[in-house]
Ligand binder design. Structure first.
Ligand code: ACO
Length: 325
């Protein structure tokens, strides 16, 4: 019996032009290229220009993904945008992207799960596509974290960057086997008891300000690897696949030590890990689709490959998905 799956038709990314090196940041706060590289693997990040918004980044990534999919924007009837840095408190930044792409049907909304947002957005779109509510979805992660950083706080400002990535998913009937193309499983988790370990100290209802990112970095680090591996084990259990079956591991790009530690704990070979954190830093919900776009463009990820994505972030939230390309 055939089953409907959300199959990846295309992927695209966009990075703002301006590159900020560790050297440049060491002119703002007391830090060094050596410290940042040793602790995080980050060498540089992209930062949005004055006036360049999250929707601008998301639109550029969406256009790149549609081009890669060989589809026109009017094929899309669902937009799910993962972001923690919306253009405005409301409306959802997704509807700005919808309007700029000239799409007047279907639905567009934002999903907020911080760095896990893209995996949450994939899971959300996948459910709607498989249920038959919509046929073709743009799933976007877009962020301008530079706007919510405290540029005097060296413990956070060195870690983040701006960018956007997008994936086009289409509902397509598949044979209903393990070899099916498309999203095979998604696993989402959160535990709000940890919400004060990584948060923004402002918001419309509390302070009426935008606020700045605050983080207990060591605490986040302490939980990251076990949470990530927990949710990946759940994806393996649900599908019967294991570490050796994975062609590409595309983790959220927060810190090279977390990425390497997770791959090592899971038994995933280092050459299967896609890493962009050195050049992009942590772009929150944008980091996974940006890494996917890079690995598709340079020919690493190809149709038929089994791709594992995962993320962990504020909330805490954490999530994984297994996708056959
Ligand atoms: N440059 C130089 N020194 C610094 C800097 C900096 N940029 N930042 C902190 N330090 C100092 C601290 O002040 C401290 O000094 P002290 O010993 O004199 O007090 C020392 O370095 C050690 O600080 P720690 O915070 O213990 O350093 P740690 O080794 O834990 O590294 C880091 C910090 C990189 C933030 C690490 O904890 C980490 O990566 N945590 C995970 C953070 C993360 O990935 N967050 C995002 C995930 S969720 C999401 O994506 C939103």
């Amino acid at each position: 019996m055939t089953v409907k799956r959300s199959v990846v038709r295309g992927v695209g990314g966009y990075l703002p032009q301006r590159v900020v090196t560790n050297q440049e940041i060491s002119g703002l706060v007391e830090t060094s290229d050596k410290w940042i590289v040793q602790r995080t693997g980050i060498r540089e990040r992209h930062v949005a220009a004055k006036g360049e918004t999250t929707s601008d980044l998301g639109i550029a990534a969406a256009r790149a993904a549609l081009k890669n999919a060989n589809l026109e924007a009017d094929a899309v009837d669902l937009i799910v945008l993962a972001t923690s840095t919306p253009d405005q408190t409301f409306p959802a930044t997704a509807v700005t992207i919808q309007a700029e792409l000239g799409i007047t049907r279907g639905a567009a909304f934002d999903v907020q799960a911080v760095c896990s947002g893209f995996v949450y957005a994939i899971a959300t779109a996948d459910k709607y596509l498989r249920d038959g509510d919509f046929r073709c979805a743009l799933v976007i992660g877009a962020e301008t974290f530079s706007r919510i950083l405290d540029w005097t706080d060296r413990s956070t400002c060195v870690l983040f960057g701006d960018g956007a990535g997008a994936v086009v998913l289409e509902a397509i009937e598949q044979p209903g086997t393990r070899e099916d193309r498309g999203v095979l499983t998604t696993k989402l988790r959160s535990d709000g008891r940890y919400r004060s370990k990584l948060y923004v100290d402002g918001g419309p209802s509390s302070t009426q300000t935008v606020g700045h990112l605050r983080m207990e970095g060591r605490e986040v680090f302490r939980y990251a690897i076990s949470m990530v591996t927990d949710v990946i084990d759940a994806a393996f259990s649900a599908t019967g696949y294991g570490p050796n079956d994975i062609d590409w591991f595309v983790p959220h790009q927060a810190n090279k030590r977390i990425i390497d530690g997770s791959a090592h704990k899971l038994g995933i070979a280092p050459q299967k890990v896609v890493t962009t954190v050195d050049r992009h830093a942590n772009t929150s919900a944008a980091s996974i689709p940006l890494a996917l776009a890079e690995a598709v463009e340079d020919g690493r990820i190809r149709p038929g490959h089994l791709v594992l994505i995962e993320a962990m972030g504020g909330g805490f939230t954490w999530a994984s998905a297994l996708i056959r390309w």
